[in-house]
Design a protein around this ligand. Structure first.
Ligand code: ZN
Length: 297
């Protein structure tokens, strides 16, 4: 069994189009998150597949019925934070307030304990590792934000690419990184986002199957807006627009195809966190430079 995950946010909230001015106008843009998520729920229901939904608190506050619908379909609700601020743009105090607010809101709406967190833009990096003990203190069981890649605004090259228990000064927290694969000597996040949409689909499938053959659980990730090829286009650089809008019309077919190839379950069920006893508390191990060099060699 593998893990299928979705980040539930509006099409205008993505980090690559974010700006303080645009953020002030969030409430004036057309909301499309409900129809997009409903499309997703239908797609999952047709394949009898359940998944983890990392919901943005801002969205949950405005669309409580949608959150209840996701729960009624048997999916896991997890937190994508409240305001979609990159962790790298926050202080530890602001980050704590953001993840606390989102967790409380989602727990009030669902009546369930929220176990998982995923940072906007996967921005738990070497500089923001202080976020992990805060997540543990705030009662999160797992994080899915540390990507073992070299990238300009996210990633920790050389980090463990597989789900593992991580020790922090405030106790243990599970890390469930999205799947990555080595391609031409470079580790790439092929299991979602722009890489999944831009690379040839047969190649991505081959790489995902290779991970599965190693006996590793896949962690794939998509966004509600990726099922919406008719969303209004935002202004941005050529590359931002290429990475955001390319192949959106193919996503429904691709996600359905993945669901017929692999068996998926929500992260909280698949990882069975409670079955493995916590290790001795320790601080973060430093990643040896040799590992980093190997990763990008
Ligand atoms: Zn996001």
């Amino acid at each position: 069994m593998h893990c299928l995950t979705f980040d539930i946010e509006e099409h205008f909230q993505v980090s690559r189009f974010d700006s303080p001015i645009r953020r002030r106008h969030w409430t004036t843009f057309e909301s499309r998150v409900t129809p997009n998520t409903c499309k997703l729920l239908e797609l999952l229901s047709r394949s009898q597949t359940r998944a983890t939904f990392f919901v943005l608190g801002w969205v949950a506050e405005r669309h409580p019925g949608l959150i209840k619908q996701i729960i009624e379909c048997g999916h896991e609700i997890a937190s994508h934070g409240y305001a979609h601020e990159l962790v790298t743009a926050q202080t530890p105090e602001l980050f704590r307030a953001d993840v606390r607010k989102a967790k409380q809101l989602l727990e009030d709406l669902t009546g369930q304990s929220i176990q998982g967190y995923r940072a906007p833009g996967f921005t738990i990096t070497r500089e923001t590792l202080w976020a992990l003990p805060i997540l543990a203190e705030e009662g999160y069981t797992y994080d899915s934000s540390v990507v073992p890649i070299r990238h300009d605004h996210c990633g920790i090259p050389g980090a463990d690419p597989w789900p593992h228990l991580r020790q922090t000064a405030s106790g243990p927290i599970w890390e469930v990184p999205p799947s990555t694969s080595n391609l031409g000597g470079i580790r790439l996040p092929i299991a979602g986002g722009s890489y999944f949409r831009l690379l040839p689909f047969p190649l991505v499938c081959q790489l995902l199957k290779r991970i599965a053959r190693q006996g590793r659980p896949l962690v794939v990730y998509f966004h509600a807006w990726e099922l919406d090829p008719h969303q209004p286009h935002m202004e941005g650089t050529f590359l931002s627009r290429l990475f955001h809008y390319r192949n959106l019309d193919k996503m429904e077919h691709r996600i359905a195809s993945l669901m017929s190839t692999f068996r998926f379950a929500p992260i909280a069920e698949q990882m069975n966190f409670s079955s493995i006893p916590p290790l001795e508390p320790a601080v973060f191990p430093a990643i040896p430079p040799a590992e980093i060099a190997q990763d990008v060699a």
